[in-house]
Design a protein around this ligand. Structure first.
Ligand code: SAH
Length: 270
């Protein structure tokens, strides 16, 4: 497998211990802040038991059972508290493998799908990724996961309400390498380019040309896209699949993987 650039390499997840969770892994760098915050004794007790590492570990075990094996991805899921990103009425479902509403008709994707996409994103990459572009910040959960997996994270959201919500959700974590942007992610974010990876949490008809242009040679895009034929789909449901695009000096190659169901990629801001 080819090695992908890491601009420059940071070695914190290069040799993750076999079982980094359980004993609470503390990767260095920006994620340390998340860890410190997550374990801060000054944080008020939430009273629902979801602050416990064991709850996240249980989710991680299920992800492993589903076939996720990248230690860096599993460590990120063991560390970031998903219940802090969903509304209080839904916190009891935060560690189930289910998508949940985050407001304005959008959803936080199920951990199974997010972990699969992150694993694909990291495949063949050394240690951490370099600069990563995330399309669809939503509540900010995936951006927090990416913080420990990439050197810099640029995350764009087109809905002002969610952009603000993500900012509030991420404030306490003080993730210095996460940059939240309000705008139309279909245009990418040229100022952060070239990216070693681009990940989309919303699915369009095709991958926008801007993403291909802003991807570094050796980089990878993981995104849901509409399938060309959807004859057998449910009425009103768009058939989507995960697409992986690798950019090489000679051009781009693409793979279509399993079916997924993401909210639509829309142009413009609102
Ligand atoms: N990664 C998010 C998932 C959010 S759902 C999380 O962890 O919560 C997908 C998000 O993509 C929605 O918030 C939607 O508003 C946003 N989106 C759709 N089209 C977009 C576009 N063109 N640019 C930026 N965000 C977009």
């Amino acid at each position: 497998m080819k090695t992908r650039p890491s601009f420059p390499a940071q070695l914190d997840f290069a040799n993750p211990p076999k079982r980094v969770f359980g004993a609470v892994a503390t990767p260095p760098g920006a994620h340390q802040a998340a860890s410190a915050s997550a374990q801060s004794p000054s944080r008020p007790a939430a009273g629902h038991g979801l602050d416990s590492q064991a709850v996240r570990q249980n989710m991680v075990n299920k992800l492993e059972a589903q076939g996720i094996s990248d230690r860096r991805v599993l460590a990120a899921f063991a560390q970031v508290e998903r219940h802090r990103f969903v509304d209080s009425a839904l916190v009891n479902q935060a560690y189930e493998d289910t998508s949940l509403p985050i407001g304005l008709g959008q959803t936080i994707s199920k951990p199974g799908v997010v972990s699969r996409m992150l694993e694909l994103l990291l495949q063949g990459a050394q240690a951490r990724l370099g600069r990563v572009l995330e399309i669809g910040t939503g509540c900010g959960y995936q951006a927090a996961l990416l913080s420990g997996l990439a050197q810099e994270v640029y995350s764009i959201e087109r809905l002002r309400g969610l952009h603000d919500k993500a900012r509030a959700n991420l404030r306490d974590l003080r993730l210095a390498n996460v940059h939240l942007l309000f705008g139309d992610g279909m245009l990418g974010y040229a100022r952060g380019a070239p990216y070693s990876a681009i990940i989309a949490a919303a699915g369009g008809e095709a991958v926008p040309q801007a993403w291909l242009d802003q991807l570094a040679v050796g980089g990878r895009i993981v995104a849901p896209v509409a399938l060309p034929t959807s004859g057998s789909g449910k009425t009103g449901a768009v058939a989507q699949a995960l697409m992986v695009i690798d950019k090489t000096a000679g051009g781009c190659s693409q793979m279509i993987l399993e079916a997924v169901h993401f909210v639509p990629l829309k142009s413009g801001i609102a």
